[in-house]
Design a protein around this ligand. Structure first.
Ligand code: PMP
Length: 452
């Protein structure tokens, strides 16, 4: 085992033996390379992870875009501990428990306009499949059962369920799986380096990419189209903020043709862009919002869908004893997740963290943009507390630079970053101080110099 990852010299008691690495088939990871040189974190607090030997690693990506208020915050930990001793499992099929109702009310109050009903699941992928199913069932319930087509976007990421990889726009997610949903189209990506390079926030260029929806309506007829799903900012494919006016334009076209608009806010929800939801930042009300990650600060898995009143109410029309939507998960609104969610929302409110993120955005954007002149940098994008730096692909080895960057950052600089291919992505917790921003950017700058 790598000494730096697990502690120099002697292995601390209770840590991993070499054989322990075998059985875990790691997700989204080069398993063989990782297991030769593992990067292990054993604990976390606020802005830092700690390796088993106690080395601090500055968290530049909020775990995986989820620990928005920082790690292991005391009120969240206490709420989970308390809940674990009270109600281990609370069924939400035909029974209920208080936490589920309370959390749904709190989320509904936070969401803009009449987005006021919440369906719970356990991850972003489940949230996406749930939203797509609600959209299809909605049209069925309102007498428009011919509306079955779904429209996603190139370079969209919507998790790994079959629905999500079908509407998503990442070839790598689909290539090896064969079967997909049929009747799916994709809008073009809104990214155009030639006209947008080194933009802070929403680029001026690109609202017209929404007009492609008109073309798809012309091609298929509106009577066949159920929903459009987009991320207000494409996160996992490298931080691509919506161009100015783009989301409004999508909303107008959807309204014109009776198409439901879904915002996948798994990343943008809960403060990442300085608001509870990106829908608020952009002044655009979608019909459905998916969320996950930041709702529980990553501490307990949870995801969900927020529906506007007219969508929800369309289901509430049959005989009262009928199940209105035949969909759900054993662990929908799990008591531990609800407790974590309530405590997390309290923390966002008590520390005014969304406003804090908004206030920090200019400083953050300037800091990220200061890496512009580092060797090889092709583009930098920032919006809210996110930043992405494109490096040139190493010929024949796509993603190799990204992999090297992660390695060097973790082992040499003591910082955790993520990459999407050759794009380095930064999304630190919203509690990051100006000094920690400088530290993070300094370390990332050194990593770029080394990998280039
Ligand atoms: N949608 C978006 C926009 C995401 O960014 C992600 C995860 N990064 C997902 C869905 C899937 O979430 P999960 O990994 O929790 O299934």
């Amino acid at each position: 085992l790598d000494e730096m990852a697990l502690g120099g010299g002697e292995r601390p008691a209770g840590e991993l033996a070499p054989n322990d690495l075998e059985a875990f088939w790691m997700p989204f990871t080069s398993n063989r390379a990782f297991k030769k040189r593992p990067r292990i974190v054993a604990s976390a607090k606020d802005m830092h992870y700690y390796t088993p030997d106690g080395r601090a690693v500055l968290d530049g990506c909020s775990g995986l875009w989820c620990t928005n208020p920082g790690h292991n915050r005391e009120p969240i930990v206490a709420a989970i501990q308390k809940a674990a001793g009270e109600l281990d499992f609370g069924p939400t099929f035909q029974f209920g428990h208080p936490g589920a109702f309370r959390l749904a009310s709190r989320i509904a109050a936070l969401a803009p306009g009449d987005l006021d009903h919440v369906f719970f699941c356990n991850s972003g992928s489940e949230a996406v499949d749930t939203a797509l199913k609600i959209a299809l069932a909605y049209h069925n319930a309102t007498g428009n059962s011919s509306r079955t087509r779904l429209i996603g976007r190139e370079r969209g990421y919507h998790g790994v369920g079959f629905g999500g990889i079908s509407v998503g726009g990442m070839v790598a997610n689909r290539r090896t799986f064969g079967t997909m949903l049929t009747g799916v189209d994709h809008l073009p990506t809104t990214y155009d380096r030639k006209n947008q390079a080194f933009t802070k926030g929403e680029p001026e260029y690109g609202a017209h990419f929404a007009d492609e929806l008109e073309r798809l309506v012309g091609l298929h007829d509106a009577s066949t189209i159920a929903a459009v799903i987009v991320e207000p900012m494409a996160g996992s494919t490298g931080v691509i903020p919506a161009p100015q006016g783009y989301l409004k334009r999508l909303r107008e076209i959807c309204d014109k043709y009776g198409i439901l608009l879904i915002f996948d806010e798994v990343i943008t929800g809960y403060g990442r862009l300085g608001y509870a939801f990106a829908a608020e930042r952009y002044g655009v009300q979608p019909d459905l919002i998916t969320f996950a990650k930041g709702i529980t600060a990553g501490a307990v898995p949870m995801g969900g869908v927020i529906a506007r009143k007219h969508v929800h109410d369309a289901f509430m029309k049959g005989p009262e004893h009928m199940v209105e939507l035949f969909h759900g998960y054993t662990y929908s609104a799990h008591p531990l997740a609800c407790a974590a969610g309530l405590a997390t929302l309290d923390l966002y409110r008590d520390e005014d963290l969304f406003a804090r993120a908004k206030a920090l955005e200019p400083y953050w954007a300037d800091a990220v943009m200061s890496l512009k002149d580092k060797p090889g940098v092709l583009d930098i994008r920032t919006v809210g507390i996110t930043g992405a730096i494109d490096l040139p692909a190493r010929e024949g080895l796509p993603g190799q630079r990204g992999y090297e960057a992660i390695e060097r950052a973790f082992h040499e600089e003591g910082v955790m970053i993520r990459t999407a291919g050759d794009t380095m992505v930064m999304t630190p917790p919203l509690i990051i101080s100006n000094e920690q921003v400088d530290e993070l950017i300094g370390k990332v700058g050194r990593v770029i110099e080394k990998v280039m």
